[in-house]
Design a protein around this ligand. Structure first.
Ligand code: RP5
Length: 160
């Protein structure tokens, strides 16, 4: 199975990524996590993205806050899909990171999830890997079914 890379701009982003790691583990997806910054370690970030396809990755997740250029900087170095997570790590509550991540110029896409939306980033990466992996697709469908049943039982229990 292709691996997923979870790159964070700082180790201070780690707590916000718990949802992503939980999802990747639950789905049995192999992953690597690294701290590479678009601003503080640009050479390392670029080198990782440049070699990611040859190193067996199928999707990259990039989490960064403030002037969050990490997802775009990785996307510039690879044609693998890059999923950006804007992190709420500033006085602007993550809006700065959201705009920095989502407003990519034409020709250089980054699939951006919600502020701190790390679980969805992992699920989107899983769905990308699952295009060529029927076993993983079945696990995703089972999760959706469990989610449906949980909502339906809440509906049935509603008593207002
Ligand atoms: C961003 O700046 C990081 O992704 C983090 O969200 C934020 C603050 O980083 P630290 O100063 O805590 O290392 O690059």
């Amino acid at each position: 199975m292709k691996k997923v890379a979870v790159i964070m701009g700082s180790d201070s982003d780690l707590p916000a990524l718990k949802g992503a790691f939980d999802q990747l583990k639950a789905l049995g997806i192999p992953y690597e996590a690294h701290v590479y910054s678009a601003h503080r370690t640009p050479e390392q970030a670029a080198a990782f993205a440049k070699s990611a396809r040859n190193n067996g990755f199928g999707a990259l997740i990039a989490a960064a806050g403030k002037a969050a250029h990490l997802a775009g900087a990785l996307a510039a170095q690879t044609t693998l899909p890059v999923i950006g997570i804007p992190i709420k790590s500033s006085t602007l509550d993550g809006l700065d990171a959201l705009l920095s991540t989502v407003q990519m110029p034409s020709g250089m896409p980054v699939a951006t999830v919600a502020i701190d939306g790390s679980a969805n980033a992992a699920l989107l990466a899983a769905q990308i890997i699952a295009v060529e992996d029927a076993e993983l697709a079945a696990k995703l469908e089972a999760q959706r079914q469990a989610q449906r049943e949980a909502v339906l039982s809440k509906d049935a229990a509603l008593n207002v």
